[in-house]
Design a protein around this ligand. Structure first.
Ligand SMILES: [Zn+2]
Length: 81
């Protein structure tokens, strides 16, 4: 029974870590949106367009913006002072 209780306690800590990770992810997303314009192409598919070089990036269904951030960290070296 003590082992079972320990397992329950251990599952509570990862939940707290998940909340912390979600907050960090939200902050990362907000960094991206001032640099990206959400557009709809001729096929009716949502895309993101970089405001600096007008490069178009696909909208990933899972909602991840890591590819947008990767583009911006690359683009800022060339398009921002
Ligand atoms: Zn760009």
């Amino acid at each position: 029974m003590r082992l079972l209780i320990d397992e329950v306690d251990n599952t509570n800590f990862p939940m707290e870590n998940d909340d912390a990770c979600k907050k960090r992810k939200r902050q990362k997303k907000s960094e991206v949106w001032p640099e990206m314009t959400k557009i709809v192409d001729s096929k009716g598919e949502s895309r993101y367009e970089c405001k600096h070089c007008h490069f178009q990036l696909a909208q990933i269904k899972s909602g991840t913006t890591s590819h947008l951030k990767r583009h911006l960290t690359h683009g800022k070296r060339y398009f921002l002072p």
